[in-house]
Design a protein around this ligand. Structure first.
Ligand code: CA
Length: 221
């Protein structure tokens, strides 16, 4: 996944880029907002600081939105509620407040990209199959068990797809909730558990979605 980072603060960029790279992302950084629209080719998500030296970040956001459907996450200083509201009205997909937790930022990057659907650069035919006959088609958003298509709700599929894309590594509860629901709330864990229980029942494969106690879930099989 390729991230366009529009950020004038060298320290923020220097801290953020290696963190994003560790999560398998590549980055291009622009120190200024003007001309950002000329750098959207091949970009999957834009991280846009609203406080830029040469242009109003909100105007930059609008310009990006006019030029492209690329997801935009605006970054604002703590407490600038007004900024956030304006940012969302100017076509941003989400916002984060500085100082932010990198893990949460990464989850939001995945979430906005997921909501926009798979990018054209990504093969649409990514299918994860398990040893016990479950095939999860991440491009077509379908699941089959022994060749029979199973009807899942959108959220159920998103949970399953997230686990499938992780290829057997553990997805934390926090990450799943952040990516599938886009936010957390009291009771989010319970809701996640309910979705997992339904998934297990619908798939008829109780062992497929494995609980990693105290951490989250992983795909078995
Ligand atoms: Ca700034």
């Amino acid at each position: 996944m390729h991230i366009l980072l529009v950020e004038d603060d060298d320290r923020v960029a220097a801290a953020l880029r290696p963190a994003l790279h560790r999560h398998g992302m590549t980055t291009t950084r622009l120190e200024r907002g003007r001309g950002a629209v000329d750098h959207l080719a091949g970009v999957d998500v834009v991280l846009l600081d609203l406080g830029l030296p040469d242009a109003d970040g909100v105007d930059v956001c609008r310009a990006i939105r006019q030029a492209s459907d690329v997801p935009v996450i605006v970054v604002t200083a703590r407490g600038d509620v007004e900024d956030r509201i304006v940012g969302l009205h100017s076509g941003a997909d989400d916002y984060v407040v500085k100082p932010y937790d990198v893990g949460e930022l990464v989850a939001r990057i995945h979430a906005v990209q997921r909501r926009r659907g798979p990018s054209e650069a990504e093969p649409a035919d990514r299918v994860v199959t398990t040893d016990d006959g479950v095939a999860i088609d991440l491009g077509r958003h379908t699941v089959t068990v022994d060749g029979t298509e199973i009807t899942l709700t959108r959220k159920e599929f998103q949970v399953l797809a997230l686990l499938a894309a992780a290829r057997g590594t553990v997805c934390t509860r926090t990450r799943i909730v952040a990516e599938v629901w886009g936010r957390s709330w009291p009771g989010a864990n319970r809701t996640l558990d309910v979705h997992v229980a339904t998934l297990r029942t619908k798939l008829g494969r109780p062992e497929l979605v494995q609980t990693v106690r105290g951490v989250g879930y992983r795909l078995g099989g």
